[in-house]
Ligand binder design. Structure first.
Ligand code: TYM
Length: 334
């Protein structure tokens, strides 16, 4: 049996990934490269659905790639590439957009959230069709599983619907992918407002821990994280969302279970708990920061790794797209 294929993507829209990206997605990516045929993509086409400065986008794309390798992706074990290097993504997105209902696209909640923030008239058509491009990313690689956080679930449902629709209409072409979502880390919350997810676009800096953040700043943010009125350290999503979020982060990074941590910190108070948590976070992230800095110092090597990744991605993408063109009824170009 050949290994199952995984595909996932991340946007280069900040100077660092954050702890939600790391725990919800990246750590799974690193684990899955051992057991799966894995493709991971820095989605710069998605990044321009909101206004981006060209120099900044270029820099952030490199920072994103450096963090992926620094977090443990191994170019020998998986394929890491930049979306815009493979024009088939945009081409397949066009075909799929012609199979997507306007009403269907209008129901995507991330668009509604983001459009509301910028004002509906300011939102681009690209932001509206963003989930269709995401479906194209996934389907081009004949993906079995997509490791993501909870916020991507609706986009994956659309992807499945489009794969099934295309297959029904034009004959079996795409693997119908499933989500790979790890419940305990699928939604890491904002440290200042645990009712919302940690988010590069929506959270205030105090609510986010960045992967590339300096230790002193990480310690400060965790010590100021919102907890709850009593002093009990126990998980309770409804009554104690702040502490529950911190316990989840601690458990995910240390390997201890939440129950172990509740027992260890019974009666200890928030101060001691947060101090230990800060050290756990700092020691998980510091090596990634150091390695990412090293990789960023050698742009030629990063570009070489990306060219190798793009070559592998192109092989699969061009094969799928050739089949799609034929199935849809486009004349072969000779
Ligand atoms: P992006 O760049 O917003 O986020 C990258 C990954 O991080 C996860 N994530 C979280 N997980 C847990 N808690 C959080 N607070 C948190 N915040 C973010 C996201 O779920 C995601 O897995 N649309 C995608 C990018 C994309 C993609 C794809 C993903 C484009 N094409 C194809 C999978 C397959 C996005 O905006 O991710």
């Amino acid at each position: 049996m050949p290994a199952l294929r995984v595909f996932s993507g991340i946007q280069p829209t900040a100077d660092s990934f954050h702890l939600g990206n790391y725990l919800g997605a990246l750590r799974q990516w690193v684990a899955l490269q051992e057991t799966h045929d894995a493709f991971y993509c820095v989605v710069d086409l998605h990044a321009i659905t909101v206004p981006q400065d060209p120099a900044l986008l270029r820099r952030r794309s490199r920072i994103a790639v450096a963090q992926l390798f620094a977090a443990g992706l191994d170019p020998e074990r998986c394929t890491v590439f930049v979306q815009s290097h493979i024009p088939e993504h945009a081409e397949l997105a066009w075909v799929l957009s012609c199979l997507t209902g306007f009403g269907e696209a209008s129901r995507m909640v991330q668009f509604k959230d983001k459009a509301q923030k910028s004002g509906a008239d300011q939102a681009s058509v690209g932001l509206f069709t963003y989930p269709i491009l995401q479906a194209a990313d996934i389907l081009l690689y004949q993906t079995d599983q997509v490791p993501v956080g909870e916020d991507q679930r609706q986009h994956l449902e659309l992807t499945r619907d489009l794969a099934q629709r295309f297959n029904r209409r034009f004959g079996d072409t795409f693997v119908v992918p499933g989500p790979y979502i790890v419940a305990d880390v699928a939604k890491i919350s904002d440290l200042q407002d645990p009712s919302v997810k940690m988010s590069k676009s929506a959270s205030a800096p105090q609510g986010i821990v960045d992967v590339l953040e300096e230790p002193a700043s990480i310690r400060r943010k965790i010590s100021r994280a919102v907890t709850d009125l009593d002093t009990d350290i126990r998980a309770d999503e409804q009554a104690k969302p702040g502490v529950t979020n911190l316990l989840r982060i601690y458990a995910a990074l240390s390997g201890a279970s939440v129950a172990d941590l509740e027992a260890r910190y019974a009666g200890a108070g928030y101060g001691a708990f947060k101090k230990d948590l800060a050290e756990v976070v700092v020691s998980a992230l510091a090596p990634i920061r150091e390695q990412a800095e090293k990789m960023l110092a050698d742009e030629a090597e990063l570009d070489r790794l990306l060219a190798a990744g793009a070559a592998r991605a192109r092989e699969v993408a061009s094969r799928t797209m050739a089949q799609v063109r034929d199935r849809v009824g486009f004349l072969a170009s000779r």
